[in-house]
Design a binder for this molecule. Sequence first.
Ligand code: NAP
Length: 298
Amino acid sequence: MSTKKSTTTTEMLTQKIKLPNSLQIPQIHLGLYEVPPSQTSSVVRTALGVGYRAFDTAQWYSNEAEAGRAISSFLSSPSLNRDGLARSDIFYTTKLRHNYESYDAARESIARSVEASGLGYVDLFLLHSPLGGRKAREASWRALCDAVSEGKVRMAGVSNFGVAHLREFSERGLEREKWPAVNQIECHPFNTQTEIRKVCEEMGIAVQAYAPLARGMRFNARGSKLGGLAKKYGCSEAQILVRWGLQKGFVVLPKSTNEGRMKENADVGWFEISEEDVEVLDGLNEGLVTDWDPTDAP
Ligand SMILES: NC(=O)c1ccc[n+]([C@@H]2O[C@H](COP(=O)([O-])OP(=O)(O)OC[C@H]3O[C@@H](n4cnc5c(N)ncnc54)[C@H](OP(=O)(O)O)[C@@H]3O)[C@@H](O)[C@H]2O)c1
């Protein structure tokens, strides 16, 4: 087993990577998919207490306002915000549910989300998927780029974009600064997305790995290689998966509503998976889709 200098959970949660556009992004975010609006406030507050500084929501999740409000009230509460964090210490991502052929409709929808967050600006705004067709992708992307120019959004990115959708940015002749900062895709050892990742790398687009735990679908399988590696490293299967994503250089978005599991998923700074074992994990690829896969949508 390789050794490395131990990094604390708090350090892991504040650790940032530099994107090709030179902006920085925390490498671990808390995913908020399927966190009911009624629980979002307490989940976000708990996560902030654990040390999470980055949150991934979406119009689709119906918890943008609750997440934003929980962040604002944490920041303004001296008893909770003991480190004196400012808005700029938090990274808030949301996503446009639909791509619109109407530029104005996209603009309005983006503005509504920024407003709903109550945070003044959104750090990262993504087109949630390529669905809707090329014209809708193009108009919605223009609207996002304009929101960036106006300062309502700091970075624009995409999600679930496949190779053909990514190529559209160069085909349209857009200058490099108007290409997505990130592509958020399902990515874990059971779905390694090699083709899309290769194009992201060529185009200087960072990968955000969603469902990094494969939604727990491959945990506790008798005799599994994942289980064997967890035993070998003395950690949990979830920690092996988070660590794999981090070592690949992805931004990872593990979701948990449970304080202990939130901590566990970020407590991965004390070990490193050897190159050999990373290859073992790469070999588990089976194209597993845990939720949806619109990466080859027309
Ligand atoms: N762009 C997109 O289309 C898209 C699609 C899917 C997801 N996402 C984003 O990615 C985030 C993560 O993906 P995901 O929520 O689908 O799946 P995930 O993070 O891979 O897995 C979440 C599941 O694993 C459980 N879990 C968490 N930590 C655990 C641990 N240490 N041990 C055992 N079980 C654990 C959670 O339950 P508990 O909550 O009970 O801990 C939950 O059931 C989402 O929340 C969302 O922000 C984006």
